[in-house]
Design a protein around this ligand. Structure first.
Ligand code: ADP
Ligand code: MG
Length: 327
C-alpha cells in the first residue's frame, strides 16, 4: 500500500467509524436521502453498518421453540404490516404479508413503483421495525448491517477511495483478519468480474463497474443473506444483462439466500427461483410463482432469454404485475 493510500485508509476509516451509526440511521428510511454531515452520501456499507466480526446469530438471540437458531439466511415474515407517519399523515406502505424464504432460495419481489418493495426489503434488513407482525432472519430478529449484505439502486461507494480502498473497508467491518484481505479481495473481485481494477478510483470506473464493487462489498461479510433493491435500474440494457448474468451465477455459486427487488418482469424471471408479485400499496402478495428454469453452471444466459419457456413466464409475470397494480 502506498503512503497516500495508507493515509487515505486511516482518514476514511475514522470518518466511517464516527459516522457509521448515524449513517445507518439515515438509510433506515426515515431520512433516507441527502448528504451526510461530512458531505458524503450514505454508503451501503454504512447502511450495512459496522459489521461485527462475530457470527450473525449471538447466543442471546431468541431461539425458535422448534429448535436452535441456524444462521442460514432463511427469512420469515408473519403478518407483517408497515406504516409511515402517524395520525392523519399515516401512509400504509406494506401488508399484511406472510412469507417464508427458505435458505438458498432466490426470491424476486416484483411490483409497480410505490407498492412497498423497498419497505419490505428494509424490514428484512432490519433498517425498519414493522408496525405490526414479526420479521425473522435465520430465526432471529434481523440486525441491521449484520444479518444481510445489501445492494442499493445506486452504488453508494466512498468516491475518494480506490476500488481496493472500498473493499478493504468492507473487509474490516466484516471482521476479516488483515492478513486475509489480499486473498479475500482477489476472490471478491474475481467473483464480480473486476480483476485488475483494484487501484482505480471510483470516478475512474463505469457505473456498471461501480455497482459490481457494491456487490462485492455486500458479499464481503459472508453473511448468508443478500438483499438487492433494484440494483441495475440505472444501467444501460447491455450492462444490466451482463450484471444479471453474474448475479445469477454468484447466487448459484455461493448458495446464499437472496431477495431481489425489481419492477421488471424480465429481470424477475431471469433471476428468480421464485417470484412474488405485490399488489399496489399497501403491498400484499398477489402471486407466488416458482420458476423452474435451469440454474447453476453450464446455463447459457442468452439461450435462456430466448427460450419459449422464459418468454411465456415473462408474459405471465408482466400481466400479473399489471393487474396487481390495477386491482
Ligand atoms: P417501492 O419500493 O415499491 O417503490 P416503497 O417501499 O418505497 O415502494 O414505498 C411504499 C409506500 O410508502 C409509498 O406510498 C411511499 O410513498 C411510502 N414511503 C416510503 N418511504 C417512506 C417514508 N420514509 N416516509 C413516508 N412514506 C414513505
Ligand atoms: Mg423502491
Amino acid at each position: 500500500m502506498s503512503s497516500s493510500e495508507a493515509h487515505e485508509t486511516r482518514r476514511t476509516g475514522k470518518t466511517s467509524e464516527a459516522g457509521g451509526v448515524s449513517e445507518a440511521g439515515k438509510v433506515s428510511g426515515v431520512t433516507t436521502s441527502g448528504p451526510l454531515p461530512n458531505g458524503v452520501e450514505a454508503t451501503s456499507q454504512a447502511a450495512n453498518g459496522p459489521v461485527r466480526p462475530e457470527s450473525p446469530v449471538r447466543p442471546d438471540d431468541p431461539v425458535r421453540p422448534d429448535g436452535p437458531v441456524r444462521p442460514d439466511g432463511a427469512v420469515q415474515l408473519d403478518d407483517v404490516r408497515h406504516e409511515y407517519g402517524r395520525g392523519r399523515e399515516t401512509v400504509a406502505a406494506v401488508g399484511p404479508v406472510d412469507l417464508r424464504v427458505p435458505a438458498g432460495e432466490f426470491l424476486v419481489l416484483v411490483g409497480a413503483s410505490g407498492c412497498g418493495k423497498s419497505t419490505l426489503l428494509r424490514l428484512i434488513a432490519g433498517f425498519e421495525q414493522p408496525t405490526h407482525g414479526s420479521v425473522r432472519v435465520s430465526g432471529a430478529p434481523p440486525r441491521p448491517g449484520t444479518s444481510a449484505g445489501v445492494v442499493f439502486q445506486t452504488p453508494r461507494l466512498f468516491p475518494w477511495r480506490t476500488v481496493r480502498g472500498n473493499l478493504d473497508l468492507a473487509l474490516r467491518y466484516a471482521g476479516v483478519p488483515r492478513a486475509r484481505w489480499p486473498e479475500r479481495r482477489a476472490e471478491l473481485l474475481a467473483r464480480v468480474g473486476l480483476e485488475g481494477t483494484e487501484r482505480r478510483h471510483v470516478w475512474e470506473i463505469s457505473g456498471g463497474q461501480q455497482q459490481r464493487v457494491a456487490l462485492a462489498r455486500a458479499l464481503a461479510a459472508e453473511n448468508p443473506l443478500l438483499l438487492l433493491d433494484e440494483p441495475f435500474a440505472a444501467l444501460d440494457a447491455l450492462t444490466r444483462e451482463r450484471l444479471q448474468d453474474d448475479v445469477r451465477e454468484v447466487a448459484a455459486q455461493t448458495g446464499r439466500t437472496t431477495v431481489f427487488v425489481t419492477h421488471s418482469a424480465d429481470e424477475a424471471v431471469f433471476l428468480g427461483s421464485r417470484i412474488v408479485v405485490l399488489t399496489r400499496s399497501p403491498g400484499t402478495v398477489a402471486l407466488d410463482l416458482p420458476i423452474g428454469l435451469p440454474r447453476g453452471g453450464g446455463v447459457d444466459a442468452d439461450q435462456l432469454r430466448e427460450s419459449a419457456e422464459f418468454n411465456a413466464l415473462r408474459t405471465e409475470v408482466a400481466h400479473a404485475v399489471k393487474s396487481a397494480a390495477a386491482a
